[in-house]
Design a protein around this ligand. Structure first.
Ligand SMILES: [Zn+2]
Length: 224
């Protein structure tokens, strides 16, 4: 099977616009939230985290996953502190959403042994990084160390989408996971304004043979 999914980080106000676009194109995906930052505003930029009481409604129909209680840098924390903060984030998000959170996106893409072993002990299905050698369309050997296909504003995103659309289904399941931050529609290193994002979405949407789903559904689907 060919799975296509989106993975967006930080749980910010612009997610609402992104979700409207995703719905318009029939796309699904996962939002990685920091439960310790809900409702917080950053003065340095137009970034506000969605308040706790709005979270269940905003993300209804999509998957919510963990992204670290306060977006911690695990590399600079003790193993105990890492486990504590991860446990807090999973508990808080599970209680807000009313289901068990099954996925994680490492804050800053920082995968550490302590973080990974905690996630494993909790039977977390998958954990996403940002940098490293992309798995392209492969499911990773270690689902707790997954480098996604591409950033949504990668220079070669259209070529990658073409390759994925044309790829013949084989005995191996395939995964295209596109990651980013919805504030990148407005600003950032290389902004991706809405019309550009729509070109990306309209290219991939509605293709026969592709399953549009959340990260969790992709990893579950591939293991069945
Ligand atoms: Zn983040």
């Amino acid at each position: 099977m060919k799975f296509f999914t989106l993975s967006f980080d930080d749980g910010i106000e612009q997610d609402k616009r992104l979700i409207n676009l995703m719905k318009r194109y029939g796309l699904s995906g996962t939002f990685n939230l920091n439960s310790g930052l809900l409702g917080k505003r950053h003065d340095f930029a137009n970034i506000s985290h969605i308040p706790k009481d709005e979270v269940p409604e905003v993300y209804a129909g999509f998957e919510v996953a963990s992204h670290g209680f306060k977006h911690e840098m695990y590399q600079f924390m003790s193993g105990n502190k890492t486990r504590e903060t991860l446990s807090q984030d999973f508990q808080e998000l599970s209680s807000i959403m009313g289901y068990k959170i099954k996925g994680h996106a490492y804050p800053y893409g920082m995968q550490t042994k302590a973080a990974e072993s905690y996630l494993k002990s909790q039977n977390v299905l998958y954990a996403r990084k940002v940098s490293g050698k992309s798995e392209l369309f492969r499911f990773p050997e270690n689902p707790l160390s997954y480098v996604p296909t591409c950033w949504f504003n990668a220079k070669n995103v259209m070529e990658l989408l073409d390759q994925f659309i044309k790829a013949e289904p084989s005995s191996e399941n395939m995964l295209f996971m596109m990651w980013g931050h919805s504030y990148e529609m407005d600003m950032g290193f290389r902004p991706c304004p809405e019309p550009q994002l729509e070109r990306i979405f309209s290219k991939i949407a509605g293709k026969p043979g592709i399953t549009y789903c959340t990260n969790k559904e992709a990893f579950e689907g591939a293991s069945n």
